[in-house]
Design a protein around this ligand. Structure first.
Ligand SMILES: *Cc1c(COP(=O)(O)O)cnc(C)c1O
Length: 402
């Protein structure tokens, strides 16, 4: 008899009814509260991945529940044929947090935010002879055809090409390579401030500043994809604020809605007005319920002082893990509550499985890297409990069959 009878049932039904593109996930979740989630068999876990950096306030946060409940009971949808007040408030709020003039387009997901950014770059280049875009090796920008064309991982991109788009890839973090690739025929450069799906890989200090200078020198549009790094994840509102670099276009999604689907493409300065009437659109984009959730997320981050909290707990977590000594542990990287635990051997799947059995949800983002992206509300005590459990988890993972 399995110890997870409900899981076994639902995993069987999942694989019979859903496409195999995700495989069959190893846990079936039933509910959550704060940083804790429960599976369908009643086991509880501390959530250190937050639905891939999405559930920024944790689960069932009263501010989010209240905002979403009120909005759905007031006006759930308008389409873009009509104005609704929350979308205006959210756009104004995002621009204020960014600290630059601009305009916002709302989408429903990360990939759609990047589709908007790509169309903006192409619209800006129309008639100029700027014919290609530059993106980074191992970068991730999404799964729809435009964003996929920019995604620097050949294994997930190449089966679906060609894309009808000239995209040139450069090694991430190499400012000279970027400089060589960006000529005055380049329409735009797409970069993450640190590469999330590649395993939370930060560039060398000064890289974003160099990218800004290269784009200024050639007239290419600098697009920063902060879909994973944005909205408090690294201890600032946006990760590029650590280096004080101004993007021309900024894309957001994941943590913005705290679990409700929303994406945003922000055009800074004149790039806020690149699109003319009719150039782009989305029926659901900026949906009032998703927007209400985002307003609640931003408000709570501010009034609860979560940026400082993220910096503090993130540093505690990172320092405590660095201080551990274990043959399977080779280091830690990242900033704020966006970290990767590095392994001396490619045993990330085993570490993820052992952590799950010990009551922690983490993510094997690379064969030798475990991503931690807990809710921004995670406490020092909860972080400590993961650190305390880690040596045992690593022991188990070291001996496990692959
Ligand atoms: C997740 C992610 C995306 C894609 O977002 P979806 O909502 O899954 O479409 C794009 N860029 C980055 C940096 C991401 O982390």
């Amino acid at each position: 008899m399995s110890v997870w009878p409900q899981y076994d049932t639902w995993a069987g039904r999942f694989s019979a009814a859903l496409m195999p593109n995700y495989g069959v996930p190893p846990v079936a979740l039933a509910r959550g509260e704060g940083c804790t989630v429960w599976d369908v068999d009643g086991n509880s876990y501390l959530d250190f991945i937050a639905g891939i950096a999405v559930s920024s306030l944790g689960h069932a946060h009263p501010a989010l529940v209240d905002a979403v409940s009120k909005q759905v009971a007031t006006l759930a949808h308008t389409s873009n044929l009509f104005i609704h007040q929350p979308e205006v408030l959210l756009a104004e709020r995002l621009l204020a947090l960014l600290g630059h003039d601009g305009r916002v387009f709302f989408a429903n997901s990360g990939t759609e935010a990047n589709e908007a950014a790509l169309k903006l770059v192409l619209r800006n280049a129309a008639g100029t002879g700027r014919r290609y875009v530059v993106a980074a090796d191992n970068g991730f920008h999404g799964r729809t055809m435009g964003a996929l064309a920019l995604t620097g991982k050949a294994a997930i991109r190449e089966p679906f090409g060609p894309f009808g788009l000239d995209v040139r890839f450069v090694p991430y973090g190499d400012a000279d390579a970027l400089k060589n690739a960006v000529t005055d025929e380049c329409a735009g450069v797409f970069l993450e401030p640190a590469q999330g799906e590649a395993g939370v890989v930060p560039p060398p200090h000064g890289y974003l500043t160099a990218a800004r200078q290269i784009c200024d020198a050639t007239g290419a549009v600098l697009v920063l994809d902060e879909i994973q790094s944005g909205v408090g994840r690294t201890g600032t509102w946006f990760a590029h604020q650590h280096e004080g670099v101004r993007p021309d276009v900024l894309t957001l999604a994941k943590g913005l809605g705290g679990g409700l689907p929303i994406g945003a493409c922000i055009g800074v300065g004149r790039f806020g007005q690149t699109f003319a009437k009719g150039d782009h659109g989305s029926t659901f984009g900026g949906n009032p319920v998703a927007v209400a959730a985002a307003l609640a997320v931003l408000h709570t981050i501010e009034v609860d002082g979560l940026l400082d909290h993220v910096a503090k707990v993130g540093a505690e977590l990172s320092d405590a893990i660095s201080a551990l000594s274990h043959p399977l542990l080779s280091g830690i990287r990242g900033q704020g509550l966006w970290l990767a635990v590095l392994l001396a051997e490619p045993r990330a799947p085993q570490v993820q499985a052992a952590a799950q059995r010990a009551g922690f949800l983490v993510n094997a983002v690379q064969p030798d890297a475990i991503r931690l992206a807990p809710p921004l509300t995670v406490t020092s005590e909860q972080a400590r409990s993961l650190v305390d459990a880690l040596p045992g988890i690593l022991d188990t993972a070291s001996t496990e069959e692959s």
